[in-house]
Ligand binder design. Structure first.
Ligand code: 5GP
Length: 183
C-alpha cells in the first residue's frame, strides 16, 4: 500500500498492472492508426511525464517528443480556469502528426486552450492521448482520441499526478482524501 503524507489517505483506484496493460493497448492503437508515419508526442508537464515515457516505448513507429508546461492547480484541488504557458515547445510542429499527451482530462479547460494554441502552428494532424478522463466534470467539449481509463469524479494522484508535488512516484493511481478542513 502506498504511504500517505500526514493525515492524508490513499486508496488504490487503478493498479500498476492494469495501467501497464492499458498503455500497451493504447500504444498499439496509435501504431496502427499512424502506420508509416512519424508521430510527434507533446507531453504536458509535469503530470504526463510518466505516461508519456511508458507510452512512447510501446509505440512501434518513428517518434519524436517535446514538452510544454502550463499553469497547474498548484496546491489546490480545483482548477482556476486560467491557463498560462509556463514552458513552450522547443521546436516547430508545422507539418507534423502531433499527439498531445496529458495525464488527465478533467474540465477540458487546459486542453481546449492548448489545442487552440497548437492548431495555429499548423500541424499535419492534432490528437489527444489522456491516461485518465473524468467526463462528468467537462466544461469545454474536449474529447480524448486515446483514453486510458474513464474515472469517477474523485481527486487522484500517482503515476505522474500530484497533490502539492507529492505522490507523482506512486505506481498505482490512487484516490486522495485530505483531512477535514484542508483544501
Ligand atoms: P482540466 O483543465 O481538464 O480541468 O485539467 C487538467 C489538469 O488538471 C490535469 O492536467 C491535471 O494537472 C489537473 N487535474 C485534474 N484532475 C485532477 C486530479 O484528479 N488529480 C490531479 N492530481 N490533478 C488533476
Amino acid at each position: 500500500m502506498p504511504v500517505a503524507h500526514e493525515n492524508e489517505k490513499l486508496k488504490i483506484l487503478i493498479r500498476s498492472t492494469a495501467i501497464h496493460k492499458r498503455v500497451v493497448q493504447v500504444a498499439c492503437k496509435i501504431t496502427r492508426d499512424y502506420k508509416g508515419e512519424r508521430v510527434h508526442l507533446v507531453g504536458v508537464l509535469k503530470g504526463a511525464c510518466i505516461f508519456l515515457s511508458d507510452l512512447v516505448r510501446e509505440i512501434n513507429l518513428e517518434t519524436s517528443i517535446d514538452f510544454m508546461a502550463v499553469s497547474s492547480y498548484g496546491k489546490k484541488k480545483e482548477s482556476s480556469g486560467q491557463v498560462r504557458v509556463l514552458k513552450d515547445l522547443e521546436s516547430s510542429i508545422e507539418g507534423l502528426h502531433v499527439i498531445v499527451v496529458e495525464d488527465i482530462l478533467d474540465t477540458g479547460l487546459t486542453l481546449s486552450y492548448l489545442l487552440r494554441v497548437l492548431q495555429q502552428r499548423r500541424p499535419a494532424s492534432l490528437r489527444i492521448a489522456a491516461l485518465l478522463d473524468k467526463p462528468s466534470r467537462r466544461i469545454k467539449p474536449v474529447k480524448g482520441d486515446y483514453v486510458g481509463f474513464q474515472i469517477p469524479n474523485e481527486f487522484v494522484v500517482g503515476y505522474g499526478l500530484d497533490y502539492a508535488e507529492r505522490y507523482r512516484n506512486l505506481k498505482d493511481v490512487c484516490v486522495l482524501t485530505l483531512p477535514e478542513g484542508a483544501q
